[in-house]
Design a protein around this ligand. Structure first.
Ligand code: TXA
Ligand code: MG
Length: 326
């Protein structure tokens, strides 16, 4: 919950149209009331975000989403998804009415990304503001998302007055985004913690077992996909074996190698790697070396039948700038 001081600071920030940073279970967000055009423009300025890249809006309940979207266009399967996955790390693209007040956040688009975050502070904020909160990840465009208070403070602390500390984001990867604008199919537009199998399983248990859950292609993707993402400040490259030298630091996924100086070793555990990937890059950036060597033990790839493995590979490919596998 917010403290009294944070509550009054939040009222000031919202009334003055100043974006604020808040925690969610996926990554921290840089938020503002979704109907406030000038506050939204400020988000783009602070992040240096391309102007055509829309923002996800955060709601506190299913009923809250109903107040803003075009309810006649909600597909029948949506209720069961919300019941199963929200609050949580799943964002639903839904249709907006043509006269929607939320168009500043969607950049004029009549589809909106809706998420109910599973975080007490985030839900408390949305309820207090009593409006959807538009929020991209709290990081300078192109960088890794902030998953703890130190990270967002180091990146955006000089540009944002109100930063709310919620500790470590437990999931650590951005939400899965699915297109729910079609009544007869679901398309995954960004991979995340909620996987294709998770969604298919829920649908298979009810009368929606005929709804396919597909991955989007490069033609059916989100605007954000065309931009660089998740980059550390230090150049990073994938290596087959660690080549120790004074200019390097190391990010290692392995169950057998031990933590060394200037290195962070994460065990081969998908949830642990997800939650610590960005914060590890941040810690390595603080060492100010010339290079980060990323070593992934082949054992990692034995987990390739898990959806979360594919969400991680998607982020890692972008981090190193080439296809690791996939
Ligand atoms: O976990 C998350 O999703 C975090 C937390 C703060 O909720 N937010 C997040 O936002 O990752 P952002 O802006 O970093 O990534 C959102 C992606 C962008 O690539 C954007 O293109 C896409 O979602 N997106 C947002 N609204 C959209 C819309 N109306 N139509 C299509 N794509 C949309
Ligand atoms: Mg982002």
């Amino acid at each position: 919950m917010l403290s009294n001081i944070e509550d009054s600071q939040l009222s000031v920030a919202v009334s003055q149209g100043e974006p604020f940073i808040f925690p969610t279970e996926t990554v921290y967000g840089l938020g503002a009331a979704a109907d406030n055009q000038s506050a939204i423009e400020e988000i783009y300025r602070i992040k240096n975000r391309p102007a055509d890249n829309p923002l996800i809006c955060h709601f506190y309940s299913k009923e809250h989403i109903f107040e803003y979207v075009d309810t006649a266009k909600i597909p029948p399967y949506w209720n069961i998804l919300v019941k199963s996955f929200s609050p949580g790390p799943l964002t639903y693209l839904l249709a907006l009415p043509t006269d929607s007040k939320l168009k500043p956040a969607t950049r004029g688009s009549l589809t909106i990304g809706c998420r109910i975050p599973n975080h007490r502070i985030a839900l408390d904020i949305i309820q207090r503001v009593n409006k959807p909160i538009a929020a991209p990840s709290a990081n300078t465009s192109g960088r890794y998302s902030g998953t703890n208070f130190e990270m967002v403070k180091a990146d955006l602390g000089e540009k944002v007055k109100l930063l709310i500390d919620g500790g470590q984001s437990v999931i650590g990867l951005e939400s899965t985004i699915i297109d729910c604008t079609q009544p007869d199919k679901i398309t995954i537009l960004r991979k995340g913690f909620v996987t294709q199998e998770d969604i298919q399983q829920v649908l298979d248990k009810c009368r929606f077992d005929n709804i396919p859950v597909e991955y989007g292609t490069s033609k059916t993707t989100i605007p954000g996909a065309k931009y660089r993402h998740y980059q550390p400040t230090t150049p990073i490259s994938l290596v087959d074996s660690i080549k120790e030298n004074k200019d390097s630091c190391y990010l290692v996924f392995s169950n057998s190698l031990q933590n060394q100086t200037n290195s962070i070793t994460l065990p081969i555990d998908l949830k642990q790697i997800s939650s610590q990937l960005y914060s590890s890059l941040f810690e390595l950036d603080q060492l100010h070396k010339k290079q980060i060597q990323l070593y992934i033990d082949p054992e990692f790839h034995t987990l390739s039948d898990h959806g979360l493995y594919h969400a991680l590979i998607n982020r890692l490919n972008k981090i190193v700038g080439k296809e690791i596998v996939e």
